[in-house]
Design a protein around this ligand. Structure first.
Ligand SMILES: CC(C)(COP(=O)(O)OP(=O)(O)OC[C@H]1O[C@@H](n2cnc3c(N)ncnc32)[C@H](O)[C@@H]1OP(=O)(O)O)[C@@H](O)C(=O)NCCC(=O)NCCS
Length: 324
């Protein structure tokens, strides 16, 4: 039996969706935190079909049967560079030597990505699929972003002796100044994340006025010491569903860290998530965010990881222009 590669066509979409759903089911047996939603092939089939229409991938066939596929779309700018992105549902491979098959499919697509002007390759993989994670490391990728989840059991301490309360519209300035602290931290060493963030007033009105979103403030005496914000989030590139609440940011003032303030905020958030009917809480963060990573990984487990490879920009050559 030999695996043959061919261009991914719309006719491959339903077999690919079934292959993905099967591998997701296997992943979920090992990682019950994963939302059940993606065990249904119909959830991902339209997403796969959309990429198939644009001829963005490769299919692996074994004796005429689809045993693997890889699809990548171009993002005009991710961290400032034209990027080929593979979402978590845009690849699956079954059978023996899965890593080898992934390497072959990846190799087959990279030429097209470079011709299209991409100097960054980014792929999201279910964290429990060690074989594919290792394969991407072997072909030059490194850690970019963790997607993590936890159930709603009580949070582990220690907890600081702070007063935590839900913020409302009257807390706009306090929320704004704590968020500014977060943006400042993320833009500096060692994270160097260029958020370009300058949120409009609407952002604050929305977060503080819409009761489906929640911001908590932690006070030590009269002083605001930190905050955490969470809401429902349904994005096509995330492993999520309507029972998953997402933490969208958290920050403790530098002089008050390591005293259990963020843990106290998280405790409130987990209680809120339970009372709102959520089943799990999620957060994503950059691997290079050392403080954030340490804190989140104490309370959450990775369910997916996004791995990145940066190419030498000279590989584009003189004749190749990024086409938008
Ligand atoms: C991530 C962040 C919010 C954590 O806030 P924090 O209030 O310091 O968090 P906690 O105090 O609850 O926990 C931090 C550590 O202090 C420890 N700690 C807490 N109370 C303690 C105490 N009384 N004695 C000893 N250690 C204590 C915790 O166990 C934890 O240890 P760890 O580093 O081994 O995981 C904070 O570091 C921060 O604002 N970072 C910059 C912004 C950021 O990265 N935000 C998250 C991304 S959105």
């Amino acid at each position: 039996m030999t695996r043959k590669l061919t261009a991914f066509e719309p006719g491959h979409s339903s077999a690919a969706a079934r292959l993905f759903a099967e591998s997701y089911r296997t992943a979920r047996e090992q990682d019950p935190l994963l939302p059940p939603r993606f065990e249904d092939p119909q959830v991902v089939e339209p997403r796969i079909g959309e990429m198939a229409e644009k001829r963005l991938g490769v299919a692996a066939l074994t004796d005429g049967v689809l045993t693997g596929y890889l699809l990548g779309r171009v993002i005009p700018s991710w961290r400032g560079a034209r990027t080929a992105y593979v979402p978590f549902w845009a690849h699956a491979v079954s059978g023996e030597e899965r890593g080898r098959a992934m390497e072959d499919m990846y190799s087959a697509l990279t030429g097209g990505w470079t011709s299209d002007g991409c100097t960054v390759h980014l792929a999201t993989v279910l964290a429990q699929d060690k074989e594919i994670v290792d394969t991407l490391f072997r072909v030059g990728h490194g850690m970019a972003v963790y997607d993590t989840m936890r159930d709603l059991r009580p949070v582990d301490g220690p907890f600081a002796d702070v007063n935590v309360r839900r913020a409302g519209p009257e807390d706009r300035d306090t929320f704004h100044s704590l968020r500014a602290g977060l943006v400042d931290y993320l833009s500096g060493p060692p994270v160097f994340l260029v958020t370009g963030e300058d949120k409009a007033e609407e952002y604050y009105r929305d977060w503080l006025g819409d009761r489906s979103k929640a911001v908590w403030l932690a006070y030590r005496g009269a002083e605001a010491a930190g905050y955490l914000q969470a809401c429902r989030l349904d994005e096509k590139v995330l492993v999520t569903d309507d029972r998953t609440a997402w933490v969208q940011g958290a920050y403790t003032r530098q002089d008050l860290r390591n005293q259990g303030i963020a843990a106290a905020l998280l405790r409130e958030c987990v209680e809120w998530a339970g009372s709102e009917g959520f089943e799990r809480l999620a957060v994503d963060f950059e691997g290079e965010n050392v403080l954030g990573r340490r804190f989140w990984l104490k309370h959450f487990e990775p369910v997916a990881v996004s791995l990145v490879r940066h190419l030498d920009v000279r590989c584009l050559g003189e004749g190749i222009q990024a086409a938008d």
